[in-house]
Write a protein that binds this ligand. Structure first.
Ligand code: NCD
Length: 310
């Protein structure tokens, strides 16, 4: 019997949008599981016999590798296509649904990164195994937002009356889009959206938050608990000239970091270009490499939830 038939009529659980994580109970359960799996005794293999496929049509370092190590740490296997836009049958004109239908015969879940906004949704509609959205163009990146929040909670303890600035390319940054939704679940959150006019956050991601839109960190006079720094997304610009001009816009420095509290947090999904100079790395508030580490634990928890009893 074919694997997809064996799975019968059970509907797989997909992770397509951050909106699926719509209350603090769900989030706290996920984070408690991430804490527990981080300290899993050696030798335990909760996902032994399970296979994860990671299919990336756009470049990635952290997301793909952290999903893969998360799977290995729990005793599972990985099939990977790190450069699917050049090396999968999409080059021969195969449609995304056909690629997904095929891979579902070989894997128990599929992590998908794709340049098109609705790619994860399209894949989830036809896939008999769980689809995990690892970034769909300038749409969403739900698992990144989960690890961003996990890191924020680890650093700040309780999240209450949070004041956060999100800077950079808010038009194209899918991580910022997903993070905005999670922030809206916490009462009294105040968000400073710091971006050039052309790269403002689309209205649909604004949710029920107290928002101030400004063009420079100099305009933020409130003491901040956190800063979330995104890069200008070169690959999404049609004009190189326009990219170059806007890329000069933001760079952290001791002066514009003055608005961040002493025990505040500097977050970034990474990669960075010039917006976080390496000198900032030794600032005790810098937490971006911690985020990359936490990505492993949060993704272990997600895979465990999707695959342990599946
Ligand atoms: C981000 C992405 O791919 O959206 N990176 C990541 O997954 N950690 C951010 C970016 O590319 O700027």
């Amino acid at each position: 019997m074919k694997r997809s038939e064996r799975r019968g009529d059970r509907k797989p659980n997909h992770i397509v949008s951050i909106k699926q994580f719509h209350n603090l109970r769900i989030l706290n359960r996920l984070f408690a599981l991430a804490d527990k799996l981080q300290h899993m005794p050696p030798g335990q293999k909760p996902l032994s016999g399970k296979t994860l496929a990671t299919i990336f049509f756009e470049p990635s370092t952290r997301t793909r590798l952290s999903f893969e190590i998360a799977m290995y740490k729990m005793g599972g296997n990985v099939l990977t296509t790190e450069n699917a836009q050049a090396s999968s049958s999409s080059v021969k004109g195969e449609s995304l649904p056909d690629t997904i239908r095929t891979i579902a015969n070989y894997a128990d879940a599929i992590v998908l990164r794709h340049p098109e906004k609705d790619a994860a949704h399209t894949a989830a509609q036809i896939s008999p195994v769980p689809i995990i959205n690892a970034g769909d163009g300038a749409g969403e990146h739900p698992t990144q937002a989960l690890l961003d929040l996990y890191t924020l909670k680890q650093r700040l303890g309780v999240i209450k009356n949070l004041k956060i600035a999100i800077t950079g390319d808010l038009l194209y940054s899918r991580t910022a889009h997903s993070l905005m939704f999670l922030l809206s679940l916490y009462k009294n959150t105040e968000v400073f959206l710091v971006s050039p006019r052309q790269l403002r956050l689309p209205a649909k991601y604004k949710n029920n938050l107290r928002i101030h839109e400004v063009e420079s960190l100099r305009e933020v006079t409130t003491a901040l608990d956190a800063m979330y720094i995104t890069r200008i997304q070169k690959e999404r610009f049609k004009s190189k000239q326009e990219y170059k001009r806007l890329n000069q816009t933001y760079q952290l420095n001791p002066k514009n970091l003055e608005c961040l509290k002493k025990r505040g947090v500097i977050l970034s999904p990474l990669p960075r270009n010039q917006e976080i100079p390496p000198e900032i790395d030794t600032d005790p508030r810098a937490a971006y490499f911690e985020q990359a580490q936490n990505g492993v634990y949060v993704r272990m928890a997600l895979l465990h939830l999707l695959l342990k009893n599946g």
